[in-house]
Design a binder for this molecule. Structure first.
Ligand SMILES: [Zn+2]
Length: 677
């Protein structure tokens, strides 16, 4: 049997399914409209090319899949122009089935070491995953032959895994279906090396207790924007005052708000971008700008601020024709006494073109949320759960939605909170957890970005704060602004020379103007600083089905990672992971793949300045990352398929159920921590 192939589904549909109502989009895209963005699967020829994508600040998802021919497929959010920029780096849209592994020449006989050979049983049957290394390195061509019950057998080609130039071994591109439970594997190299191994079970951790009469679950009914999440947190506190408290995190976000803008004229040369000094919600949306022809010869350029209207009278020549350039008008608008707006030429254009008269044009912040969605700076809430909330118990922090578009992730935390509180009266195991652990739950770290994702641009990843200069701040670029909250932390950061974050304010992984520049990241660290009993943290992301821990970043030169945890600590991470993955699998038979369980830098890619690294290295907190939303096996096509950021709610609901169970299992690991030491 050959390895199954990740399907080449173009996932744009997954996103467009959940585009929120867009109340005021014009029928025809104009120069002030953002380019459409799509979630697509890209192919790059090798790991080095993937690294170029990471280095360029591309908006990649966590779904990275090596292919038998050495190429790599990765899901990404792209606009047409961003895709055009990625093509010279080696990226193309994935189509069809990748080519099989090339024939390798024979060479000196190599030595093969089997790192891990495991089977798992998901709801779709038995699957096999093997990792091995060859002394011949990435050039080795390795084939796995497996044997199972009743004489069943199959063959799978392995793919080399090379990251930042370092050979990390061979693995399967994806786990392959085996039909029966595989017992033994033989790995043969084209160069002559052979190794054999027994196939172990995965995840093979402590099984959750299934016999819990009356245990309640399933408390979520829809995707929830931030206002609903906060309301739910407050409601839980009202209903369970003895078991909970609400912590108001100290750093207000900037708020779901923007300055109001208008693009007037014909870009690039004969246009100005007008921007209100006040936020749109604080008067900016009431402003309007007019460029008028004075109707007489030899007039000079004049700007009159008349209440909420900025009236520009264009200069004329001897024949009465307007002659003011965009640059002249921009300077005059900005410099007019009492001007409520500033103006700039279009992007990097010097603005030498002559502006035509333009009728009174209303400015807009282009925000589509209903008026009852607050435009004020946002108070992020944590719900603290436990019977002893005095710092005497091991603290566990679960925080979700650093990335705005990951709509399933807050549901994981809400579902877990509900299960803990509602089962407390009747379930002894839950009571024991709440007596032994001190739980901090933050359903949404990035509420402003989340609102933008719900109401304006559902592929939004970052927060809403625009740090771009005027040349990158015309309204058509508004979907590219913001800081990647999970690249804004202070350990292993871009500013320290680590790889996997961008200095470009428009990039998907923009690190911000400095470490901790954003209130969203400061809030997370504030929790770790204020509650030193927090020893475990779970950063919930989507999608792709990963369970990861530090290190999460390396310097590109020589792939020098942040220090690896000690051997005992790594063993503890892995042992705990096996238990937590059992709890996830018990919900609906979803098994997180072994090759997607491990340190971030080993199983995904470098992410400079992420929160788990700061929690681990600066605060001694075991910092884990979930990427919820494992691929779904499609038996019809024989392929694993990605679920996307906002799957139909039935799927999002199932993901929340299984990862809430995982979070509760992690809380159990934390509660046992004292004894473990
Ligand atoms: Zn994320």
């Amino acid at each position: 049997m050959r390895g199954s192939r990740a399907s080449a589904v173009v996932l744009a549909m997954v996103l467009t399914t959940f585009v929120a109502a867009e109340p005021s989009l014009p029928a025809v895209a104009g120069p002030a409209d953002p380019e459409p963005a799509s979630l697509v699967t890209l192919t790059v020829p090798d790991r080095a090319a993937l690294e170029r994508l990471v280095g360029s600040g591309a908006d990649l998802t966590g779904r990275v899949r090596p292919q038998p021919d050495g190429s790599i497929r990765v899901d990404a959010v792209v606009t047409p122009s961003r895709l055009a920029e990625l093509r010279p780096l080696g990226a193309t849209l994935a189509t069809g089935t990748p080519a099989p592994a090339p024939e390798h020449r024979g060479g000196t006989k190599d030595r093969i070491v089997v790192e891990r050979a495991v089977w798992f049983q998901s709801r779709d049957g038995y699957f096999l995953s093997v990792e091995a290394s060859s002394s011949a390195g990435a050039d080795a061509a390795l084939t796995v032959t497996w044997k199972g019950r009743g004489g069943a057998t199959g063959q799978v080609e392995m793919v080399p895994y090379v990251d930042a130039g370092a050979y990390l071994g061979h693995q399967f591109s994806v786990p392959v279906p085996a039909g029966v439970r595989p017992d033994r594997v033989t790995i043969t190299s084209a160069a002559g090396g052979v190794a054999e191994a027994r196939v172990g079970e995965w995840p093979d951790g402590e099984r959750p207790d299934r016999d819990r009469p009356g245990y309640q679950k399933d408390f979520i009914t829809q995707y929830m924007p931030p206002a609903q999440l906060n309301a739910r947190v407050k409601d839980l506190h009202r209903r369970f005052p003895a078991l909970t408290e609400i912590i108001e995190l100290p750093h207000l976000t900037n708020g779901y708000r923007r300055h109001a803008q208008a693009l007037i004229g014909t870009p690039p040369g004969a246009a100005v971008v007008v921007t209100s000094r006040a936020y749109g919600s604080e008067g900016g949306n009431d402003l309007a700008v007019e460029l008028s022809d004075p109707g007489a010869a030899d007039r000079t350029l004049a700007v009159v601020v008349d209440g909420k209207q900025v009236r520009v009278s264009l200069a004329t020549d001897g024949s009465g024709a307007p002659v003011s350039t965009a640059a002249e008008v921009a300077a005059a608008i900005t410099g007019a006494p009492g001007s409520p707006v500033t103006a700039a030429t279009y992007r990097t254009d010097p603005g030498a073109g002559v502006l035509a008269p333009a009728p009174l044009t209303q400015l807009s912040d282009f925000l589509g949320a209903p008026a009852d969605v607050s435009r004020e700076p946002w108070r992020v809430l944590a719900l603290r759960i436990g019977t002893h909330r005095d710092g005497s118990r091991t603290g566990v922090l679960a925080y979700a939605q650093e990335h705005a578009r990951e709509w399933v992730t807050p549901l994981v935390t809400i579902e877990a909170a509900e299960r803990l509180l509602r089962n407390y009266p009747r379930d002894p195991a839950t009571r024991k957890l709440l007596r032994r652990a001190d739980i901090f739950i933050v359903p949404t770290v990035n509420p402003d970005g989340a609102n933008y994702s719900f109401y304006d641009f559902n592929a939004q990843r970052k927060n809403m704060t625009n740090h771009c200069p005027a040349a990158q701040s015309d309204p058509a670029l508004r979907n590219t602004w913001g800081v990647d909250v999970n690249r804004n932390y202070a350990v292993g950061s871009l500013f320290d020379g680590y790889f996997g974050a961008s200095a470009n304010c428009q990039s998907g992984t923009y690190a911000g103007p400095g470490e901790h520049s954003e209130p969203e990241s400061r809030n997370v660290i504030w929790l770790a600083e204020t509650y030193p009993n927090i020893r475990f943290a779970l950063n919930v992301h989507s999608y792709g089905g990963y369970f990861m821990w530090p290190p999460g970043a390396y310097r590109l030169d020589g792939r020098v990672t942040l220090p690896r945890p000690s051997r005992q600590q790594e063993a503890y991470f892995l042992r705990s992971a096996r238990t937590i993955l059992e709890a996830i699998a018990a919900e609906r038979g979803t098994v997180t793949w072994p090759q997607q369980t491990g340190p971030v830098t080993d199983v995904l890619y470098s992410a400079a300045g992420n929160s788990a690294d700061e929690l681990w290295y600066d605060h001694g907190v075991y910092g884990w990352d979930f990427e919820v939303g494992s691929d779904l096996w499609n038996p019809r096509t024989g392929a694993w398929e990605g679920v996307g950021f906002q799957p139909p709610f039935a799927e999002g609901h199932a993901e929340a159920m299984e990862f809430a169970a995982g979070l509760i299992s992690l809380i159990g690991v934390a509660a046992d921590y004292r004894e473990d030491r």
